[in-house]
Design a protein around this ligand. Sequence first.
Ligand code: SAH
Length: 546
Amino acid sequence: MDGDASGVEDDNFEWNTEDELEINDFSLPSHSSLTPPNGEAVVGSGEALESSPQRQHHIDSDHCSLECEGNFLDDFSDIDSCSNNEKIMNTEFDEEDKLSSLVNMGYTVDEASLAIDRCGLDSSLVELTDFICAAQMAKVADAHLSELPLEVKPKLKHSCNEYAKHKKRKLSDYEMWTKKKQNEFEKRLLPDDDETIRLPHPMIGFGVPTEPCPTIHRTLPEAAIGPPFFYYENVALAPKGVWTTISRFLYDVEPEFVDSKYFCAAARKRGYVHNLPIQDRFPLLPFPPQTIHEALPLTRKWWPSWDRRTKLNCLQTVIGSAKLTQRIRKALEDYDGEPPLSVQKYVLDECRQWNLVWVGRNKVAPLEADEVEMLLGFPRNHTRGGGISRTDRYKSLGNSFQIDTVAYHLSVLKDMFPGGINLLSLFSGIGGAEVALHRLGIPLKNVVSVEISEVNRNILRCWWEETNQRGNLIDLADVQQLNGDRLEQLMSSIGGFDLVVGGSPCNNLTGSNRLHRDGLEGKESALFFDYFRILDLVKCIMTKAQ
Ligand code: SAH
């Protein structure tokens, strides 16, 4: 997901990299949590469409440090902890004996009485302690939930209770599941500890094809192991604590942070939480162009030697204005040869921020939508025609996956699913996941795609038809409307999902969105919890079906 209006993730803004002109040019906030731990910086500016050499004070570093926590052991610890009591499980107690046994075990008289009351006199001590554990956890979870913003709470509770309420399930299953969820939520909503997730530098995740890197082995937490496989994406540079929460909800899987500049000619720093194997990945071939000049050869002729960019910045949802490019032309026209350093710096700042490229003498221009399509790895004209406006093309492209990057991660599925896969594609956008799988040669048997924008749904539908897909594409609009009943119905008709992909909106997470950068609780970003809710339901339904 991503690419906010003016959020700039600029590798060219990394300190001590290709271009030293940038260093110290921006006033960084003194607040230490905003200081990049790895020397990377994001520059954000609300309305930088028109700016001048005196504009620097508009630019802040919005980079944030991220926190991580130790791995929590997963669920059922309450049940395990009770299993030592097996010996007494079948022993008959009368009410008084049961009450005093529970009190001797450390529970309060109120807790013990309530448990006996609710569970009945004939229940075993294990059942009673189980009930008390669950009630305690529900209390803690409720306390944490009450601290969350209003729009987030119903989502969590919904997920927590949906199966418990499901009419077809046996009561004991519901109770088990609810208890498990309560336990998970308790852990996931615990306050963060002090450790900080450091974004890797270089940002190559568990490896990229172009950089040598040591072999990494990872052990997934048991609760994370599929089926189904899952793959979640969002902006790497999110506010403090966001990735901690995402990782906690997604079964404590460590995020893989990758910058797409290691795959193509444009930067795109993203975090991916997934349970895919990481050995034996392979890249899409042919390799896409790796530098600006390889990708856009016609710009070479006009490229001044003092613009030392070799990679583009993150491709965004909006482009620089005509007024800005005109202002740049004017600023350069006064000089025959190389402009003075101050002018160079002004021009370079703007070029970096808006991904402007040289298209004539003193003439810069924003990328064409076709060029953005190509840089992101989509087929030519993927977003063109069919009634889509130019503005919408940039918007949809700016939010999409970088195909080569995502395909590299998904490549491990090819040998596993020679007959094709069933994909649940949440927040499908223009179909980044679908295109990546197709380009890998992984047949798409059934795709359930959930995307709110009609424009995007049309783009995916057109691509599906143009590529003569043999499978079925079922498109739905709103993830919030996708409940357990509908999922179960879909899954029983297609035979379950092999992969659940999603990059939920990042509008409230990106550096540039200063007004509404309120983390995962933001209106759009809270849709992450729908990703989790739906994935968890799929897991649950698949486990039941096995
Ligand atoms: N990965 C996608 C883009 C994800 S961007 C790609 O490769 O193109 C996030 C997407 O979520 C946007 O396309 C947005 O339209 C969609 N979206 C926002 N709210 C939604 C909702 N409630 N239900 C489904 N999709 C939603």
